[in-house]
Design a protein around this ligand. Structure first.
Ligand code: PLP
Length: 427
Protein backbone atom coordinates (compact mmCIF):
# COMPACT_ATOMS: atom_id res chain seq x y z
CA UNK A 1 0.00 0.00 0.00
CA UNK A 2 1.37 3.44 -0.87
CA UNK A 3 0.67 6.85 0.71
CA UNK A 4 0.11 5.09 4.03
CA UNK A 5 0.26 8.24 6.19
CA UNK A 6 -3.01 9.55 4.73
CA UNK A 7 -5.02 6.58 6.06
CA UNK A 8 -6.57 6.23 9.50
CA UNK A 9 -5.56 3.64 12.12
CA UNK A 10 -8.44 1.24 11.34
CA UNK A 11 -7.41 1.16 7.68
CA UNK A 12 -3.70 0.82 8.36
CA UNK A 13 -4.14 -2.06 10.82
CA UNK A 14 -5.59 -4.06 7.90
CA UNK A 15 -3.61 -2.80 4.91
CA UNK A 16 -0.22 -1.36 5.93
CA UNK A 17 2.67 -3.37 4.52
CA UNK A 18 0.42 -5.77 2.58
CA UNK A 19 -0.35 -6.05 -1.08
CA UNK A 20 -1.85 -8.88 -3.14
CA UNK A 21 0.74 -11.62 -3.55
CA UNK A 22 2.66 -10.79 -6.75
CA UNK A 23 2.93 -14.47 -7.77
CA UNK A 24 -0.67 -15.63 -7.22
CA UNK A 25 -2.80 -12.57 -6.45
CA UNK A 26 -3.64 -14.09 -3.05
CA UNK A 27 -5.45 -11.34 -1.13
CA UNK A 28 -4.39 -12.47 2.34
CA UNK A 29 -0.64 -12.35 3.02
CA UNK A 30 0.68 -15.88 2.32
CA UNK A 31 2.73 -17.77 4.88
CA UNK A 32 6.08 -18.02 3.12
CA UNK A 33 7.13 -21.27 4.76
CA UNK A 34 10.63 -21.34 3.34
CA UNK A 35 14.11 -21.23 4.80
CA UNK A 36 15.99 -19.90 1.77
CA UNK A 37 15.46 -17.94 -1.44
CA UNK A 38 17.01 -18.71 -4.85
CA UNK A 39 19.51 -16.09 -6.02
CA UNK A 40 19.09 -14.90 -9.61
CA UNK A 41 22.86 -15.21 -10.14
CA UNK A 42 26.15 -14.66 -8.29
CA UNK A 43 26.00 -10.87 -8.68
CA UNK A 44 22.51 -10.81 -7.15
CA UNK A 45 23.72 -12.92 -4.22
CA UNK A 46 26.72 -10.63 -3.69
CA UNK A 47 24.54 -7.49 -3.77
CA UNK A 48 22.21 -8.99 -1.16
CA UNK A 49 25.05 -9.99 1.15
CA UNK A 50 26.62 -6.52 0.75
CA UNK A 51 23.26 -4.94 1.71
CA UNK A 52 23.39 -3.04 -1.61
CA UNK A 53 20.08 -4.56 -2.64
CA UNK A 54 17.18 -5.32 -0.31
CA UNK A 55 15.85 -8.85 -0.71
CA UNK A 56 15.65 -12.27 0.84
CA UNK A 57 18.59 -14.52 1.66
CA UNK A 58 17.68 -16.77 4.56
CA UNK A 59 14.71 -16.73 6.93
CA UNK A 60 16.80 -16.25 10.09
CA UNK A 61 17.27 -12.70 8.73
CA UNK A 62 14.24 -11.88 6.61
CA UNK A 63 11.05 -13.54 5.39
CA UNK A 64 8.26 -12.01 3.25
CA UNK A 65 5.45 -12.79 5.74
CA UNK A 66 7.47 -11.39 8.63
CA UNK A 67 8.38 -8.36 6.48
CA UNK A 68 4.69 -7.46 6.05
CA UNK A 69 4.21 -7.61 9.81
CA UNK A 70 7.31 -5.47 10.37
CA UNK A 71 6.05 -2.81 7.98
CA UNK A 72 2.57 -2.90 9.50
CA UNK A 73 3.76 -2.40 13.07
CA UNK A 74 6.31 0.26 12.06
CA UNK A 75 3.48 2.15 10.33
CA UNK A 76 1.09 1.87 13.29
CA UNK A 77 3.80 3.04 15.70
CA UNK A 78 4.95 5.87 13.43
CA UNK A 79 8.45 4.39 13.03
CA UNK A 80 10.67 4.04 9.97
CA UNK A 81 11.31 0.32 10.41
CA UNK A 82 10.81 -2.65 12.69
CA UNK A 83 12.47 -5.97 13.42
CA UNK A 84 10.30 -8.84 14.60
CA UNK A 85 11.74 -11.40 16.96
CA UNK A 86 10.83 -14.61 18.71
CA UNK A 87 9.40 -13.09 21.93
CA UNK A 88 8.96 -9.85 23.82
CA UNK A 89 12.01 -10.67 25.89
CA UNK A 90 14.02 -11.26 22.72
CA UNK A 91 12.88 -7.82 21.50
CA UNK A 92 14.24 -6.20 24.67
CA UNK A 93 17.66 -7.80 24.13
CA UNK A 94 17.57 -6.92 20.43
CA UNK A 95 16.83 -3.29 21.32
CA UNK A 96 19.75 -3.10 23.74
CA UNK A 97 22.23 -5.18 21.72
CA UNK A 98 23.50 -2.48 19.29
CA UNK A 99 23.76 0.05 22.13
CA UNK A 100 25.45 -1.86 24.93
CA UNK A 101 28.89 -3.32 25.60
CA UNK A 102 30.59 -4.77 28.68
CA UNK A 103 30.65 -2.15 31.45
CA UNK A 104 27.70 -0.20 30.03
CA UNK A 105 24.38 0.25 31.82
CA UNK A 106 20.74 0.99 31.11
CA UNK A 107 18.58 3.10 33.43
CA UNK A 108 15.21 1.35 33.85
CA UNK A 109 11.95 1.94 35.66
CA UNK A 110 11.17 -0.02 38.84
CA UNK A 111 7.65 -0.46 37.43
CA UNK A 112 8.18 -3.24 34.88
CA UNK A 113 6.82 -6.69 34.08
CA UNK A 114 8.46 -9.05 36.62
CA UNK A 115 10.24 -11.05 33.93
CA UNK A 116 11.82 -7.84 32.63
CA UNK A 117 13.04 -6.97 36.11
CA UNK A 118 14.75 -10.37 36.32
CA UNK A 119 16.14 -10.03 32.78
CA UNK A 120 17.62 -6.62 33.60
CA UNK A 121 18.70 -7.22 37.19
CA UNK A 122 20.22 -10.67 36.67
CA UNK A 123 20.55 -12.12 33.19
CA UNK A 124 22.10 -9.18 31.33
CA UNK A 125 24.96 -9.22 33.85
CA UNK A 126 26.25 -12.29 31.96
CA UNK A 127 26.97 -9.94 29.02
CA UNK A 128 28.78 -7.49 31.30
CA UNK A 129 25.80 -5.11 31.10
CA UNK A 130 23.93 -3.76 34.11
CA UNK A 131 20.69 -1.96 34.93
CA UNK A 132 20.00 0.83 37.39
CA UNK A 133 16.42 0.77 38.72
CA UNK A 134 14.78 4.13 39.37
CA UNK A 135 11.28 5.42 40.19
CA UNK A 136 10.36 6.97 36.82
CA UNK A 137 7.88 9.37 38.42
CA UNK A 138 10.99 11.11 39.74
CA UNK A 139 12.66 12.58 36.64
CA UNK A 140 15.47 14.10 38.75
CA UNK A 141 16.30 10.59 39.96
CA UNK A 142 16.44 9.34 36.35
CA UNK A 143 18.84 12.15 35.45
CA UNK A 144 20.93 11.45 38.56
CA UNK A 145 21.20 7.74 37.72
CA UNK A 146 22.57 8.42 34.23
CA UNK A 147 26.37 8.27 34.10
CA UNK A 148 29.08 8.14 31.41
CA UNK A 149 28.46 4.43 30.88
CA UNK A 150 24.68 4.71 30.43
CA UNK A 151 23.57 3.82 26.93
CA UNK A 152 19.76 3.78 27.15
CA UNK A 153 16.72 4.58 29.26
CA UNK A 154 13.93 1.97 29.42
CA UNK A 155 10.33 2.01 30.68
CA UNK A 156 6.84 0.69 29.92
CA UNK A 157 4.12 3.05 28.67
CA UNK A 158 1.49 1.50 30.95
CA UNK A 159 3.43 -0.63 33.39
CA UNK A 160 2.50 -4.26 33.88
CA UNK A 161 0.99 -5.08 36.35
CA UNK A 162 0.28 -1.88 38.27
CA UNK A 163 -1.73 0.44 36.00
CA UNK A 164 1.11 2.98 36.24
CA UNK A 165 1.15 5.47 33.39
CA UNK A 166 4.62 6.75 32.52
CA UNK A 167 5.03 10.42 31.69
CA UNK A 168 6.80 9.56 28.41
CA UNK A 169 7.39 13.19 27.28
CA UNK A 170 9.09 14.02 30.61
CA UNK A 171 11.22 10.85 30.55
CA UNK A 172 12.07 11.42 26.87
CA UNK A 173 13.35 14.88 27.72
CA UNK A 174 15.69 13.50 30.40
CA UNK A 175 17.02 10.89 27.95
CA UNK A 176 17.41 13.38 25.14
CA UNK A 177 19.18 15.94 27.38
CA UNK A 178 21.68 13.18 28.21
CA UNK A 179 22.08 12.22 24.52
CA UNK A 180 20.53 8.81 25.11
CA UNK A 181 17.81 6.81 23.36
CA UNK A 182 14.56 6.14 25.23
CA UNK A 183 13.18 2.62 24.76
CA UNK A 184 9.48 2.21 25.61
CA UNK A 185 7.78 -1.15 26.04
CA UNK A 186 4.32 -0.43 24.62
CA UNK A 187 2.92 -3.94 25.14
CA UNK A 188 0.07 -3.08 27.51
CA UNK A 189 -1.10 0.05 25.69
CA UNK A 190 -0.55 -0.97 22.02
CA UNK A 191 -0.12 1.62 19.25
CA UNK A 192 -3.90 2.13 19.23
CA UNK A 193 -3.86 3.72 22.69
CA UNK A 194 -0.35 5.16 22.78
CA UNK A 195 2.31 6.20 20.29
CA UNK A 196 5.53 6.48 22.31
CA UNK A 197 7.45 7.78 19.28
CA UNK A 198 5.09 10.75 18.96
CA UNK A 199 5.73 11.40 22.66
CA UNK A 200 9.54 11.36 22.23
CA UNK A 201 10.65 7.70 22.38
CA UNK A 202 13.52 6.52 20.17
CA UNK A 203 12.66 2.82 20.09
CA UNK A 204 9.47 0.93 20.92
CA UNK A 205 9.39 -2.72 21.92
CA UNK A 206 6.42 -5.04 22.17
CA UNK A 207 5.59 -8.46 23.36
CA UNK A 208 3.36 -9.33 20.37
CA UNK A 209 2.32 -12.31 22.49
CA UNK A 210 -0.24 -9.99 24.11
CA UNK A 211 -2.72 -7.54 22.54
CA UNK A 212 -1.11 -7.32 19.08
CA UNK A 213 -1.87 -10.98 18.37
CA UNK A 214 -4.68 -10.74 20.86
CA UNK A 215 -5.82 -14.31 21.39
CA UNK A 216 -3.07 -16.16 23.19
CA UNK A 217 -1.78 -18.09 20.18
CA UNK A 218 1.69 -16.69 19.53
CA UNK A 219 4.94 -15.84 21.29
CA UNK A 220 6.59 -12.95 19.49
CA UNK A 221 8.21 -9.56 19.86
CA UNK A 222 9.16 -6.53 17.84
CA UNK A 223 11.55 -3.56 18.02
CA UNK A 224 10.33 -0.43 16.23
CA UNK A 225 12.79 2.29 15.27
CA UNK A 226 11.68 5.93 15.19
CA UNK A 227 14.59 6.80 12.88
CA UNK A 228 14.91 10.01 14.91
CA UNK A 229 18.07 9.40 16.90
CA UNK A 230 21.45 10.75 15.75
CA UNK A 231 23.69 7.75 16.48
CA UNK A 232 26.76 9.73 15.31
CA UNK A 233 26.25 12.74 17.60
CA UNK A 234 28.59 11.17 20.18
CA UNK A 235 31.04 8.30 20.35
CA UNK A 236 28.66 6.31 22.58
CA UNK A 237 27.21 4.05 19.89
CA UNK A 238 30.18 2.72 17.87
CA UNK A 239 28.24 -0.29 16.48
CA UNK A 240 26.04 2.16 14.60
CA UNK A 241 28.35 5.14 14.01
CA UNK A 242 31.77 3.47 13.53
CA UNK A 243 32.89 0.61 11.26
CA UNK A 244 31.05 -2.48 12.59
CA UNK A 245 33.58 -5.33 12.81
CA UNK A 246 30.72 -7.86 12.82
CA UNK A 247 29.70 -6.68 9.32
CA UNK A 248 33.08 -6.27 7.54
CA UNK A 249 33.51 -2.70 8.77
CA UNK A 250 30.20 -1.30 7.45
CA UNK A 251 29.24 2.06 8.97
CA UNK A 252 25.51 1.53 9.54
CA UNK A 253 24.51 5.11 10.33
CA UNK A 254 26.50 6.61 7.47
CA UNK A 255 25.18 3.99 5.03
CA UNK A 256 21.51 3.68 6.06
CA UNK A 257 20.76 7.01 7.78
CA UNK A 258 17.49 6.81 9.75
CA UNK A 259 17.23 3.07 9.00
CA UNK A 260 20.61 2.29 10.63
CA UNK A 261 19.14 0.66 13.73
CA UNK A 262 16.72 -1.48 11.72
CA UNK A 263 19.39 -2.69 9.29
CA UNK A 264 21.76 -3.43 12.16
CA UNK A 265 18.99 -5.38 13.90
CA UNK A 266 18.56 -7.65 10.88
CA UNK A 267 22.10 -7.85 9.49
CA UNK A 268 23.88 -8.30 12.83
CA UNK A 269 21.22 -8.84 15.54
CA UNK A 270 19.06 -11.51 13.91
CA UNK A 271 21.98 -12.96 11.98
CA UNK A 272 24.12 -13.56 15.08
CA UNK A 273 21.63 -13.83 17.95
CA UNK A 274 19.07 -15.77 15.89
CA UNK A 275 15.98 -14.65 17.85
CA UNK A 276 13.89 -14.88 14.71
CA UNK A 277 10.08 -14.83 14.41
CA UNK A 278 8.75 -17.69 12.30
CA UNK A 279 6.33 -16.97 9.42
CA UNK A 280 3.44 -18.95 10.98
CA UNK A 281 3.62 -16.75 14.06
CA UNK A 282 3.81 -13.63 11.88
CA UNK A 283 0.64 -14.78 10.09
CA UNK A 284 -1.31 -15.15 13.35
CA UNK A 285 -0.13 -11.74 14.53
CA UNK A 286 -1.11 -10.14 11.22
CA UNK A 287 -4.60 -11.67 11.66
CA UNK A 288 -4.80 -10.30 15.18
CA UNK A 289 -3.68 -6.78 14.30
CA UNK A 290 -6.50 -6.47 11.74
CA UNK A 291 -8.94 -6.07 14.68
CA UNK A 292 -6.65 -4.31 17.17
CA UNK A 293 -8.61 -1.05 17.48
CA UNK A 294 -11.96 -2.85 17.89
CA UNK A 295 -10.58 -5.12 20.56
CA UNK A 296 -8.78 -2.35 22.45
CA UNK A 297 -11.96 -0.25 22.56
CA UNK A 298 -13.85 -3.15 24.12
CA UNK A 299 -10.97 -4.02 26.48
CA UNK A 300 -11.02 -0.40 27.72
CA UNK A 301 -14.83 -0.24 28.09
CA UNK A 302 -15.01 -3.53 29.98
CA UNK A 303 -12.02 -2.68 32.17
CA UNK A 304 -13.59 0.65 33.14
CA UNK A 305 -16.93 -0.99 34.04
CA UNK A 306 -15.32 -3.78 36.04
CA UNK A 307 -12.77 -1.55 37.78
CA UNK A 308 -15.63 0.71 38.93
CA UNK A 309 -17.62 -2.28 40.19
CA UNK A 310 -14.62 -3.69 42.06
CA UNK A 311 -13.73 -0.34 43.62
CA UNK A 312 -17.23 -0.09 45.09
CA UNK A 313 -17.11 -3.61 46.61
CA UNK A 314 -16.26 -3.81 50.32
CA UNK A 315 -14.03 -6.87 49.87
CA UNK A 316 -11.63 -4.74 47.85
CA UNK A 317 -8.93 -2.52 49.31
CA UNK A 318 -7.77 -0.82 46.14
CA UNK A 319 -8.01 -0.93 42.33
CA UNK A 320 -5.14 0.55 40.33
CA UNK A 321 -6.86 1.33 37.04
CA UNK A 322 -5.78 4.65 35.58
CA UNK A 323 -9.31 5.12 34.19
CA UNK A 324 -10.58 5.59 37.77
CA UNK A 325 -10.58 9.14 39.17
CA UNK A 326 -9.03 7.68 42.37
CA UNK A 327 -5.87 6.71 40.46
CA UNK A 328 -2.90 9.06 40.92
CA UNK A 329 -2.29 8.53 37.19
CA UNK A 330 -5.84 9.48 36.09
CA UNK A 331 -5.05 13.01 34.85
CA UNK A 332 -1.84 11.90 33.14
CA UNK A 333 -3.72 9.01 31.51
CA UNK A 334 -6.41 11.38 30.18
CA UNK A 335 -3.73 13.61 28.67
CA UNK A 336 -1.47 10.92 27.20
CA UNK A 337 -4.01 8.14 26.51
CA UNK A 338 -7.25 9.86 25.52
CA UNK A 339 -8.70 6.62 24.10
CA UNK A 340 -8.16 4.70 27.36
CA UNK A 341 -5.45 2.82 29.20
CA UNK A 342 -6.24 -0.75 28.18
CA UNK A 343 -7.56 -3.78 29.98
CA UNK A 344 -4.89 -4.40 32.60
CA UNK A 345 -5.00 -3.47 36.27
CA UNK A 346 -4.34 -4.79 39.72
CA UNK A 347 -6.66 -5.28 42.65
CA UNK A 348 -5.62 -5.34 46.31
CA UNK A 349 -7.82 -7.66 48.37
CA UNK A 350 -8.63 -6.89 52.00
CA UNK A 351 -8.15 -10.61 52.75
CA UNK A 352 -4.46 -10.49 51.71
CA UNK A 353 -2.44 -13.36 50.22
CA UNK A 354 -4.94 -16.10 51.18
CA UNK A 355 -7.89 -14.26 49.66
CA UNK A 356 -5.95 -13.86 46.39
CA UNK A 357 -5.25 -17.59 46.25
CA UNK A 358 -8.94 -18.37 46.97
CA UNK A 359 -10.13 -15.94 44.29
CA UNK A 360 -7.96 -17.35 41.48
CA UNK A 361 -9.06 -20.85 42.46
CA UNK A 362 -12.82 -20.14 42.42
CA UNK A 363 -13.18 -18.10 39.21
CA UNK A 364 -14.91 -19.94 36.36
CA UNK A 365 -14.89 -17.55 33.39
CA UNK A 366 -11.54 -15.94 34.15
CA UNK A 367 -8.55 -18.17 33.40
CA UNK A 368 -5.71 -18.41 35.90
CA UNK A 369 -2.75 -18.02 33.53
CA UNK A 370 0.58 -16.22 33.14
CA UNK A 371 -0.51 -14.12 30.20
CA UNK A 372 -2.35 -10.90 29.40
CA UNK A 373 -3.90 -9.22 26.40
CA UNK A 374 -6.13 -12.14 25.37
CA UNK A 375 -9.74 -11.86 24.17
CA UNK A 376 -10.46 -13.99 27.26
CA UNK A 377 -10.33 -12.49 30.74
CA UNK A 378 -7.27 -13.64 32.65
CA UNK A 379 -6.11 -13.41 36.23
CA UNK A 380 -2.89 -14.10 38.07
CA UNK A 381 -1.46 -13.66 41.55
CA UNK A 382 1.97 -12.19 40.67
CA UNK A 383 3.56 -12.70 44.10
CA UNK A 384 3.17 -16.47 43.81
CA UNK A 385 3.91 -16.69 40.07
CA UNK A 386 5.43 -14.10 37.65
CA UNK A 387 7.00 -12.01 40.41
CA UNK A 388 7.91 -14.83 42.82
CA UNK A 389 11.65 -14.59 42.04
CA UNK A 390 11.72 -10.97 43.20
CA UNK A 391 12.29 -9.89 46.78
CA UNK A 392 9.17 -8.63 48.61
CA UNK A 393 10.63 -5.12 48.32
CA UNK A 394 10.96 -5.51 44.52
CA UNK A 395 7.43 -7.00 44.36
CA UNK A 396 5.96 -4.01 46.17
CA UNK A 397 8.00 -1.55 44.06
CA UNK A 398 6.66 -3.29 40.95
CA UNK A 399 3.06 -3.01 42.24
CA UNK A 400 2.83 -6.77 42.82
CA UNK A 401 2.77 -7.21 46.60
CA UNK A 402 1.36 -10.37 48.28
CA UNK A 403 -2.27 -9.05 48.50
CA UNK A 404 -2.46 -8.12 44.79
CA UNK A 405 -4.01 -9.93 41.84
CA UNK A 406 -3.47 -8.79 38.26
CA UNK A 407 -6.49 -8.85 35.99
CA UNK A 408 -6.45 -8.70 32.20
CA UNK A 409 -9.98 -7.91 31.14
CA UNK A 410 -11.12 -9.58 27.93
CA UNK A 411 -13.80 -8.67 25.45
CA UNK A 412 -16.61 -10.86 26.84
CA UNK A 413 -19.85 -9.36 28.24
CA UNK A 414 -18.91 -7.23 31.24
CA UNK A 415 -21.94 -8.39 33.28
CA UNK A 416 -20.82 -12.03 32.96
CA UNK A 417 -17.35 -11.13 34.19
CA UNK A 418 -18.78 -9.21 37.16
CA UNK A 419 -21.00 -12.16 38.10
CA UNK A 420 -17.97 -14.45 38.04
CA UNK A 421 -15.88 -12.11 40.20
CA UNK A 422 -18.76 -11.68 42.65
CA UNK A 423 -19.15 -15.42 43.24
CA UNK A 424 -15.39 -16.00 43.56
CA UNK A 425 -14.36 -13.12 45.85
CA UNK A 426 -14.08 -14.46 49.41
CA UNK A 427 -16.91 -13.22 51.69
C1 PLP B 1 5.00 -5.65 29.43
C2 PLP B 1 5.69 -6.90 28.98
N1 PLP B 1 6.85 -6.81 28.31
C3 PLP B 1 7.50 -7.91 27.89
C4 PLP B 1 7.02 -9.18 28.16
C5 PLP B 1 7.79 -10.37 27.68
O1 PLP B 1 7.15 -10.86 26.54
P1 PLP B 1 7.26 -12.37 26.04
O2 PLP B 1 6.53 -13.21 27.03
O3 PLP B 1 6.61 -12.34 24.69
O4 PLP B 1 8.71 -12.70 25.97
C6 PLP B 1 5.82 -9.31 28.85
C7 PLP B 1 5.29 -10.66 29.16
O5 PLP B 1 4.37 -10.80 29.93
C8 PLP B 1 5.14 -8.15 29.28
O6 PLP B 1 3.98 -8.22 29.95
Amino acid sequence: MTDAPSYGFDTLQIHAGARPDPATGARQTPIYQTTAYVFRDADHAAALFNLQEVGYIYSRLTNPTVAVLQERIATLEGGVGAVCCSSGHAAQLMALFPLMAPGRNVVVSTRLYGGSITQFSQTIKRFGWSAKFVDFDDTAAIAAAIDDDTRAVFCESVANPGGVVTDIPAVAKVASDAGLPLIVDNTSATPYLCNPIALGATLVVHSMTKYLTGNGTVTGGVVVDSGNFDWSASDKFPSLSQPEPAYHGLKFHETFGPLAFTFHGIAVGLRDLGMTLNPQAAHYTLMGIETLSLRMERHCQNAQTIAEWLEADDRIEKVTYAGLPSSPYHERAKALFPKGTGGLFTVALKGGYDACVELVGKLELFSHVANLGDTRSLIIHPASTTHRQLTEEQQIAAGAGPNIVRISIGIENAEDLIRDLDQALPR
